[in-house]
Design a protein around this ligand. Sequence first.
Ligand SMILES: Cc1cc2nc3c(=O)[nH]c(=O)nc-3n(C[C@H](O)[C@H](O)[C@H](O)COP(=O)(O)OP(=O)(O)OC[C@H]3O[C@@H](n4cnc5c(N)ncnc54)[C@H](O)[C@@H]3O)c2cc1C
Ligand code: SF4
Length: 320
Amino acid sequence: MKAYDFGSAGTVRQALSHGGDGTSYLAGGTTLVDLMKLEVMTPAHVVDINSLPLRGIQCTPLGLRIGALERMADVAVHHEVAARWSMVSTALQLSASPQLRNMASIGGNLLQRTRCDYFRDVRMPCNKRKPGSGCPAVHGDNRMHAILGTSASCVATHASDLAVALVALDASIRLQDRHGERVVRLADFYRLPGDTPSVENQLRPGELITEVIVPACDWPQTYVKVRDRSSYEFALASAAVAVDVHGGVVRDARVAVGGVGTRPWRLQAVEKALRGKPATEDSYLEAAKLAVVGAQPLAGNGFKVPLVQRTIARALAGAR
Ligand SMILES: Cc1cc2nc3c(=O)[nH]c(=O)nc-3n(C[C@H](O)[C@H](O)[C@H](O)COP(=O)(O)OP(=O)(O)OC[C@H]3O[C@@H](n4cnc5c(N)ncnc54)[C@H](O)[C@@H]3O)c2cc1C
Ligand code: SF4
Protein backbone atom coordinates (compact mmCIF):
# COMPACT_ATOMS: atom_id res chain seq x y z
CA MET A 1 0.00 0.00 0.00
CA LYS A 2 1.30 3.49 -0.84
CA ALA A 3 1.81 5.94 2.04
CA TYR A 4 -1.00 8.46 2.61
CA ASP A 5 -2.03 11.14 5.12
CA PHE A 6 -4.96 10.23 7.32
CA GLY A 7 -7.37 12.58 9.05
CA SER A 8 -10.96 12.71 10.19
CA ALA A 9 -13.66 15.33 9.85
CA GLY A 10 -16.31 16.22 12.44
CA THR A 11 -18.47 18.39 10.19
CA VAL A 12 -19.42 18.43 6.52
CA ARG A 13 -17.63 21.77 6.15
CA GLN A 14 -14.41 20.28 7.59
CA ALA A 15 -14.65 17.27 5.28
CA LEU A 16 -15.20 19.51 2.25
CA SER A 17 -12.25 21.71 3.19
CA HIS A 18 -10.00 18.61 2.96
CA GLY A 19 -11.69 17.23 -0.16
CA GLY A 20 -10.36 17.58 -3.69
CA ASP A 21 -8.01 15.87 -6.12
CA GLY A 22 -5.87 13.27 -4.37
CA THR A 23 -8.26 12.92 -1.40
CA SER A 24 -10.59 10.00 -0.76
CA TYR A 25 -13.32 9.92 1.85
CA LEU A 26 -13.46 6.83 4.05
CA ALA A 27 -16.92 5.50 5.00
CA GLY A 28 -17.05 1.74 5.70
CA GLY A 29 -13.73 1.24 3.92
CA THR A 30 -14.85 -2.09 2.44
CA THR A 31 -14.07 -0.97 -1.11
CA LEU A 32 -11.55 1.81 -0.57
CA VAL A 33 -9.15 -0.12 1.68
CA ASP A 34 -9.22 -3.18 -0.62
CA LEU A 35 -8.37 -1.04 -3.64
CA MET A 36 -5.65 0.84 -1.74
CA LYS A 37 -4.03 -2.46 -0.75
CA LEU A 38 -4.06 -3.52 -4.40
CA GLU A 39 -2.73 -0.04 -5.36
CA VAL A 40 -5.62 0.40 -7.76
CA MET A 41 -6.56 3.53 -5.79
CA THR A 42 -3.67 5.54 -4.37
CA PRO A 43 -5.06 8.64 -2.62
CA ALA A 44 -2.52 10.98 -1.03
CA HIS A 45 -5.04 11.88 1.71
CA VAL A 46 -7.78 9.82 3.32
CA VAL A 47 -10.46 11.59 5.37
CA ASP A 48 -12.63 9.53 7.70
CA ILE A 49 -16.20 10.89 7.39
CA ASN A 50 -17.88 8.59 9.91
CA SER A 51 -18.48 11.39 12.44
CA LEU A 52 -20.46 13.48 9.96
CA PRO A 53 -24.18 13.87 10.69
CA LEU A 54 -25.17 11.97 7.55
CA ARG A 55 -27.34 9.33 9.20
CA GLY A 56 -31.07 8.80 9.46
CA ILE A 57 -33.82 6.89 7.64
CA GLN A 58 -37.00 8.94 7.20
CA CYS A 59 -40.15 7.48 5.68
CA THR A 60 -42.97 9.90 4.85
CA PRO A 61 -46.06 9.60 2.62
CA LEU A 62 -44.02 11.34 -0.12
CA GLY A 63 -40.96 9.14 0.03
CA LEU A 64 -37.84 7.88 1.73
CA ARG A 65 -34.64 9.71 2.70
CA ILE A 66 -31.53 7.82 3.68
CA GLY A 67 -28.41 9.49 5.08
CA ALA A 68 -25.34 8.54 3.07
CA LEU A 69 -23.57 7.09 6.12
CA GLU A 70 -26.39 4.71 7.05
CA ARG A 71 -25.12 1.13 7.02
CA MET A 72 -26.46 -1.27 4.37
CA ALA A 73 -27.57 -3.72 7.09
CA ASP A 74 -29.60 -1.08 8.97
CA VAL A 75 -31.43 0.08 5.85
CA ALA A 76 -32.10 -3.51 4.76
CA VAL A 77 -33.93 -4.41 7.98
CA HIS A 78 -35.73 -1.10 8.54
CA HIS A 79 -39.36 -2.20 8.85
CA GLU A 80 -40.90 0.64 6.80
CA VAL A 81 -38.28 0.35 4.05
CA ALA A 82 -38.99 -3.38 3.89
CA ALA A 83 -42.75 -2.76 3.76
CA ARG A 84 -42.87 0.13 1.27
CA TRP A 85 -39.64 -0.16 -0.76
CA SER A 86 -39.12 -3.90 -0.64
CA MET A 87 -36.90 -3.87 -3.75
CA VAL A 88 -34.43 -1.66 -1.84
CA SER A 89 -34.50 -3.89 1.20
CA THR A 90 -34.13 -7.09 -0.85
CA ALA A 91 -31.36 -5.68 -3.05
CA LEU A 92 -29.39 -4.80 0.08
CA GLN A 93 -30.02 -8.16 1.75
CA LEU A 94 -28.74 -9.96 -1.36
CA SER A 95 -25.56 -7.82 -1.46
CA ALA A 96 -22.18 -8.95 -0.13
CA SER A 97 -22.12 -10.69 3.28
CA PRO A 98 -23.55 -9.83 6.74
CA GLN A 99 -20.13 -8.60 7.94
CA LEU A 100 -19.72 -6.34 4.91
CA ARG A 101 -23.27 -5.01 5.16
CA ASN A 102 -22.65 -4.09 8.81
CA MET A 103 -19.64 -1.96 7.84
CA ALA A 104 -20.56 -0.66 4.41
CA SER A 105 -22.46 2.58 3.89
CA ILE A 106 -25.15 3.53 1.40
CA GLY A 107 -22.99 6.30 -0.16
CA GLY A 108 -19.98 3.98 -0.44
CA ASN A 109 -22.14 1.32 -2.07
CA LEU A 110 -23.21 3.73 -4.80
CA LEU A 111 -19.57 4.70 -5.42
CA GLN A 112 -18.06 1.21 -5.41
CA ARG A 113 -15.87 0.37 -8.39
CA THR A 114 -16.35 -2.44 -10.90
CA ARG A 115 -15.35 -5.98 -9.98
CA CYS A 116 -13.62 -6.57 -13.34
CA ASP A 117 -10.56 -8.66 -12.42
CA TYR A 118 -8.32 -6.82 -14.89
CA PHE A 119 -9.22 -3.51 -13.23
CA ARG A 120 -8.10 -4.92 -9.88
CA ASP A 121 -4.78 -6.30 -11.18
CA VAL A 122 -2.30 -3.44 -11.64
CA ARG A 123 -0.02 -5.67 -13.74
CA MET A 124 -2.69 -5.72 -16.46
CA PRO A 125 -3.69 -2.92 -18.84
CA CYS A 126 -7.11 -1.38 -18.13
CA ASN A 127 -8.58 1.79 -19.66
CA LYS A 128 -10.67 2.45 -16.57
CA ARG A 129 -7.65 2.36 -14.25
CA LYS A 130 -5.04 3.70 -16.66
CA PRO A 131 -6.61 5.61 -19.57
CA GLY A 132 -5.32 4.56 -23.00
CA SER A 133 -3.69 1.31 -21.80
CA GLY A 134 -6.29 -1.02 -23.41
CA CYS A 135 -9.06 -3.39 -22.39
CA PRO A 136 -8.03 -7.05 -22.08
CA ALA A 137 -11.59 -8.05 -21.16
CA VAL A 138 -12.92 -7.45 -24.69
CA HIS A 139 -11.09 -10.56 -25.95
CA GLY A 140 -10.22 -12.12 -22.61
CA ASP A 141 -12.18 -13.54 -19.69
CA ASN A 142 -15.49 -11.71 -19.98
CA ARG A 143 -18.02 -14.11 -18.46
CA MET A 144 -19.01 -11.59 -15.75
CA HIS A 145 -18.98 -8.57 -18.07
CA ALA A 146 -21.67 -6.36 -19.59
CA ILE A 147 -23.82 -6.84 -22.68
CA LEU A 148 -25.54 -3.43 -22.55
CA GLY A 149 -23.91 0.01 -22.78
CA THR A 150 -20.46 -1.32 -23.60
CA SER A 151 -17.83 0.34 -25.80
CA ALA A 152 -14.61 -0.80 -27.45
CA SER A 153 -12.83 0.81 -24.47
CA CYS A 154 -14.61 -0.93 -21.58
CA VAL A 155 -17.12 -3.73 -21.03
CA ALA A 156 -17.20 -3.76 -17.22
CA THR A 157 -20.48 -4.06 -15.32
CA HIS A 158 -21.58 -1.70 -12.60
CA ALA A 159 -21.54 -3.74 -9.40
CA SER A 160 -24.06 -2.14 -7.02
CA ASP A 161 -27.34 -3.98 -6.43
CA LEU A 162 -28.78 -1.04 -4.51
CA ALA A 163 -28.21 1.31 -7.47
CA VAL A 164 -30.37 -0.91 -9.70
CA ALA A 165 -33.30 -0.70 -7.27
CA LEU A 166 -32.83 3.06 -6.87
CA VAL A 167 -32.75 3.65 -10.62
CA ALA A 168 -35.99 1.66 -11.01
CA LEU A 169 -37.55 3.88 -8.33
CA ASP A 170 -36.40 7.15 -9.95
CA ALA A 171 -34.30 8.00 -6.90
CA SER A 172 -31.95 10.99 -6.63
CA ILE A 173 -28.86 11.75 -4.58
CA ARG A 174 -28.03 14.98 -2.80
CA LEU A 175 -24.45 16.10 -3.37
CA GLN A 176 -22.52 18.79 -1.57
CA ASP A 177 -19.24 20.52 -2.33
CA ARG A 178 -17.61 23.78 -1.24
CA HIS A 179 -19.85 25.75 -3.60
CA GLY A 180 -23.19 24.36 -2.44
CA GLU A 181 -25.64 21.52 -2.94
CA ARG A 182 -27.23 19.87 -5.93
CA VAL A 183 -29.65 17.00 -6.43
CA VAL A 184 -28.99 14.58 -9.30
CA ARG A 185 -31.18 11.72 -10.55
CA LEU A 186 -29.25 8.52 -10.02
CA ALA A 187 -30.15 7.48 -13.58
CA ASP A 188 -28.21 10.54 -14.84
CA PHE A 189 -25.37 10.24 -12.32
CA TYR A 190 -23.61 7.20 -13.82
CA ARG A 191 -21.90 7.65 -17.20
CA LEU A 192 -21.56 5.20 -20.05
CA PRO A 193 -17.91 4.19 -20.62
CA GLY A 194 -17.64 5.53 -24.21
CA ASP A 195 -13.97 6.26 -24.80
CA THR A 196 -13.41 7.62 -21.27
CA PRO A 197 -14.29 4.71 -18.98
CA SER A 198 -12.18 6.17 -16.16
CA VAL A 199 -14.83 8.89 -15.73
CA GLU A 200 -17.57 6.83 -14.11
CA ASN A 201 -20.02 9.35 -12.76
CA GLN A 202 -20.80 13.03 -12.27
CA LEU A 203 -19.15 13.36 -8.84
CA ARG A 204 -16.82 16.37 -8.69
CA PRO A 205 -13.48 16.21 -6.85
CA GLY A 206 -14.13 16.61 -3.14
CA GLU A 207 -17.90 16.34 -3.49
CA LEU A 208 -19.83 14.31 -0.89
CA ILE A 209 -22.99 12.28 -1.30
CA THR A 210 -25.05 13.42 1.67
CA GLU A 211 -28.39 11.68 1.17
CA VAL A 212 -30.47 9.44 -1.06
CA ILE A 213 -34.01 10.56 -1.92
CA VAL A 214 -36.51 7.91 -3.04
CA PRO A 215 -40.05 8.79 -4.18
CA ALA A 216 -42.97 6.80 -2.80
CA CYS A 217 -43.95 3.73 -4.82
CA ASP A 218 -46.98 1.79 -3.60
CA TRP A 219 -46.96 -0.87 -6.31
CA PRO A 220 -45.96 -4.46 -5.56
CA GLN A 221 -42.23 -4.76 -6.15
CA THR A 222 -39.26 -7.07 -5.81
CA TYR A 223 -35.58 -7.59 -6.61
CA VAL A 224 -34.39 -10.86 -8.12
CA LYS A 225 -30.67 -11.61 -8.31
CA VAL A 226 -29.14 -14.55 -10.18
CA ARG A 227 -25.57 -15.41 -9.19
CA ASP A 228 -23.13 -18.30 -9.15
CA ARG A 229 -23.69 -19.04 -5.45
CA SER A 230 -26.39 -17.98 -3.04
CA SER A 231 -24.36 -15.61 -0.86
CA TYR A 232 -21.40 -13.28 -1.05
CA GLU A 233 -21.49 -13.01 -4.82
CA PHE A 234 -22.14 -10.35 -7.46
CA ALA A 235 -25.01 -10.62 -9.95
CA LEU A 236 -24.81 -12.40 -13.28
CA ALA A 237 -28.17 -10.73 -13.88
CA SER A 238 -30.63 -8.99 -11.59
CA ALA A 239 -33.97 -7.25 -11.98
CA ALA A 240 -35.66 -4.59 -9.85
CA VAL A 241 -39.33 -4.35 -10.76
CA ALA A 242 -42.50 -2.66 -9.52
CA VAL A 243 -45.77 -3.47 -11.24
CA ASP A 244 -49.22 -1.91 -10.95
CA VAL A 245 -51.84 -4.52 -11.90
CA HIS A 246 -55.62 -3.95 -11.97
CA GLY A 247 -58.15 -6.56 -13.03
CA GLY A 248 -55.40 -8.81 -14.35
CA VAL A 249 -54.00 -6.07 -16.61
CA VAL A 250 -50.74 -4.15 -16.15
CA ARG A 251 -51.43 -0.45 -15.72
CA ASP A 252 -47.79 0.55 -15.28
CA ALA A 253 -44.39 -0.88 -14.42
CA ARG A 254 -40.84 0.02 -13.48
CA VAL A 255 -38.00 -2.22 -14.60
CA ALA A 256 -34.23 -1.91 -14.14
CA VAL A 257 -31.54 -4.57 -14.47
CA GLY A 258 -28.08 -5.17 -13.04
CA GLY A 259 -25.15 -7.48 -13.78
CA VAL A 260 -25.58 -6.88 -17.51
CA GLY A 261 -25.02 -3.15 -18.00
CA THR A 262 -22.08 -0.78 -17.70
CA ARG A 263 -24.32 1.21 -15.38
CA PRO A 264 -27.58 0.34 -13.59
CA TRP A 265 -29.89 -0.15 -16.57
CA ARG A 266 -33.46 1.19 -16.70
CA LEU A 267 -35.64 -0.49 -19.32
CA GLN A 268 -38.29 1.99 -20.41
CA ALA A 269 -39.06 0.01 -23.60
CA VAL A 270 -39.97 -3.01 -21.48
CA GLU A 271 -42.10 -0.81 -19.20
CA LYS A 272 -43.97 0.60 -22.20
CA ALA A 273 -44.53 -2.85 -23.67
CA LEU A 274 -46.03 -4.06 -20.39
CA ARG A 275 -48.67 -1.31 -20.16
CA GLY A 276 -52.14 -2.60 -21.02
CA LYS A 277 -50.97 -6.22 -21.32
CA PRO A 278 -52.34 -9.16 -19.31
CA ALA A 279 -50.38 -9.82 -16.12
CA THR A 280 -49.27 -13.28 -17.25
CA GLU A 281 -45.91 -14.99 -17.51
CA ASP A 282 -46.25 -15.14 -21.30
CA SER A 283 -46.72 -11.40 -21.68
CA TYR A 284 -43.98 -10.70 -19.13
CA LEU A 285 -41.56 -12.84 -21.17
CA GLU A 286 -42.69 -11.17 -24.40
CA ALA A 287 -42.04 -7.67 -22.99
CA ALA A 288 -38.71 -8.80 -21.51
CA LYS A 289 -37.44 -9.57 -25.03
CA LEU A 290 -37.05 -5.80 -25.48
CA ALA A 291 -34.44 -5.79 -22.70
CA VAL A 292 -31.81 -7.13 -25.05
CA VAL A 293 -32.44 -5.00 -28.13
CA GLY A 294 -28.99 -3.62 -28.97
CA ALA A 295 -27.20 -6.04 -26.60
CA GLN A 296 -23.61 -6.86 -27.57
CA PRO A 297 -22.70 -10.18 -25.99
CA LEU A 298 -19.02 -11.14 -25.81
CA ALA A 299 -17.47 -14.58 -26.35
CA GLY A 300 -17.93 -15.53 -22.69
CA ASN A 301 -21.25 -13.98 -21.70
CA GLY A 302 -23.82 -14.78 -24.42
CA PHE A 303 -25.74 -16.72 -21.75
CA LYS A 304 -26.73 -13.37 -20.21
CA VAL A 305 -29.01 -12.60 -23.18
CA PRO A 306 -31.67 -15.22 -22.29
CA LEU A 307 -30.81 -15.03 -18.59
CA VAL A 308 -31.71 -11.38 -18.17
CA GLN A 309 -35.02 -11.84 -20.00
CA ARG A 310 -36.01 -14.71 -17.72
CA THR A 311 -34.85 -12.79 -14.64
CA ILE A 312 -37.13 -9.86 -15.54
CA ALA A 313 -40.12 -12.16 -16.19
CA ARG A 314 -39.51 -14.00 -12.91
CA ALA A 315 -39.32 -10.72 -10.99
CA LEU A 316 -42.53 -9.40 -12.57
CA ALA A 317 -44.38 -12.61 -11.72
CA GLY A 318 -43.05 -12.54 -8.14
CA ALA A 319 -43.62 -8.86 -7.30
CA ARG A 320 -45.70 -8.45 -4.11
C1 LIG B 1 -16.35 -9.61 -1.09
C2 LIG B 1 -17.30 -8.51 -1.42
C3 LIG B 1 -18.56 -8.82 -1.94
C4 LIG B 1 -19.43 -7.78 -2.27
N1 LIG B 1 -20.66 -8.10 -2.81
C5 LIG B 1 -21.50 -7.09 -3.17
C6 LIG B 1 -22.74 -7.36 -3.78
O1 LIG B 1 -23.13 -8.51 -3.99
N2 LIG B 1 -23.53 -6.31 -4.14
C7 LIG B 1 -23.15 -5.01 -3.91
O2 LIG B 1 -23.90 -4.09 -4.24
N3 LIG B 1 -21.99 -4.73 -3.34
C8 LIG B 1 -21.15 -5.73 -2.98
N4 LIG B 1 -19.95 -5.44 -2.41
C9 LIG B 1 -19.52 -4.06 -2.35
C10 LIG B 1 -19.86 -3.44 -1.03
O3 LIG B 1 -21.26 -3.28 -0.95
C11 LIG B 1 -19.13 -2.10 -1.03
O4 LIG B 1 -17.78 -2.42 -0.73
C12 LIG B 1 -19.65 -1.17 0.00
O5 LIG B 1 -21.00 -0.88 -0.17
C13 LIG B 1 -18.86 0.13 -0.02
O6 LIG B 1 -19.29 0.92 1.07
P1 LIG B 1 -18.24 1.54 2.08
O7 LIG B 1 -19.02 2.41 3.00
O8 LIG B 1 -17.41 0.49 2.72
O9 LIG B 1 -17.39 2.42 1.08
P2 LIG B 1 -15.87 2.87 1.16
O10 LIG B 1 -14.99 1.72 0.85
O11 LIG B 1 -15.61 3.61 2.43
O12 LIG B 1 -15.87 3.93 -0.02
C14 LIG B 1 -16.08 3.53 -1.35
C15 LIG B 1 -15.84 4.75 -2.25
O13 LIG B 1 -16.85 5.71 -2.02
C16 LIG B 1 -16.31 6.95 -1.57
N5 LIG B 1 -17.29 7.45 -0.60
C17 LIG B 1 -17.86 6.74 0.41
N6 LIG B 1 -18.84 7.45 0.97
C18 LIG B 1 -18.90 8.64 0.31
C19 LIG B 1 -19.74 9.78 0.41
N7 LIG B 1 -20.73 9.85 1.30
N8 LIG B 1 -19.53 10.81 -0.44
C20 LIG B 1 -18.52 10.76 -1.37
N9 LIG B 1 -17.70 9.70 -1.50
C21 LIG B 1 -17.90 8.64 -0.67
C22 LIG B 1 -14.96 6.60 -1.01
O14 LIG B 1 -14.06 7.69 -1.06
C23 LIG B 1 -14.53 5.48 -1.95
O15 LIG B 1 -14.04 5.99 -3.14
C24 LIG B 1 -19.07 -6.44 -2.03
C25 LIG B 1 -17.81 -6.13 -1.48
C26 LIG B 1 -16.94 -7.15 -1.18
C27 LIG B 1 -15.60 -6.79 -0.58
S1 SF4 C 1 -13.64 -3.99 -18.94
FE1 SF4 C 1 -13.19 -1.90 -18.26
S2 SF4 C 1 -12.49 -2.25 -16.19
FE2 SF4 C 1 -12.27 -4.21 -17.24
S3 SF4 C 1 -10.23 -4.25 -18.20
FE3 SF4 C 1 -11.60 -3.39 -19.69
S4 SF4 C 1 -11.37 -1.19 -19.35
FE4 SF4 C 1 -10.66 -2.17 -17.49
